[in-house]
Write a protein of this length. Structure first.
Length: 179
């Protein structure tokens, strides 16, 4: 099963995603954020404090498909937090790629995540970045556009999609019953 949790900044996405994984004992928390400054290190520390001690944390800022593939056999749930930070890291790592090539590579990585989690519960967290202003810079527009395509593909693959607004989860896609 795949669950996508999407919403704006500070909407409660991570907390909700963790509540989905909470009933399970063997959870791999795939963290994509890098502690590149003191403020980000503090944010990461706060996130870590809210996770159960028995969960395994895997830091994978770029190679998320490999992280999922190597950890899926040992866990019931894989919680990937988050696609937005991952994509930012991915775009930076591959900044020399042409737009179409970058998008294709990002889509392949997402496909690798989905395939690597086959038979497990995969929970992915992502930001909704398409509701704001059009970014002023070409790199900002590139990121926003590729992120939109990644979110669409993740939602297409997901069984459940929840949109978080002010800490309230609204199911916007549910499994079809009776088919």
């Amino acid at each position: 099963m795949i669950t996508l949790v999407i919403g704006g900044a500070r909407s409660g996405k991570s907390r909700f995603a963790q509540s989905i994984a909470a009933p399970f004992e063997k959870v791999a928390y795939i963290a994509t954020c890098r502690a590149e400054d003191a403020e980000m290190a503090e944010r990461i520390a706060q996130h870590q404090q809210h996770r159960p001690e028995q969960w395994t944390t895997i830091e994978a800022p770029v190679e998320i498909a490999d992280a999922v593939h190597s950890n899926a056999p040992h866990h019931e749930v894989l919680l990937l937090d988050c696609l937005t930070i991952w994509l930012s890291n991915f775009c930076f790592e591959h900044r020399e790629m042409a737009r179409a090539e970058l998008q294709e590579a990002a889509m392949r990585e997402l496909a690798g995540v989905v395939n690597g989690a086959a038979g497990k519960h995969l929970v992915m967290v992502t930001n909704e970045v398409g509701c704001g202003l059009v970014p002023e810079s070409p790199v900002g527009r590139l990121f926003r556009d590729v992120h939109g395509w990644i979110n669409q593909e993740a939602a297409k693959k997901a069984d459940w999609v929840y949109h978080l607004v002010a800490g309230i989860a609204v199911a916007i896609k549910r499994p079809e019953v009776g088919r």
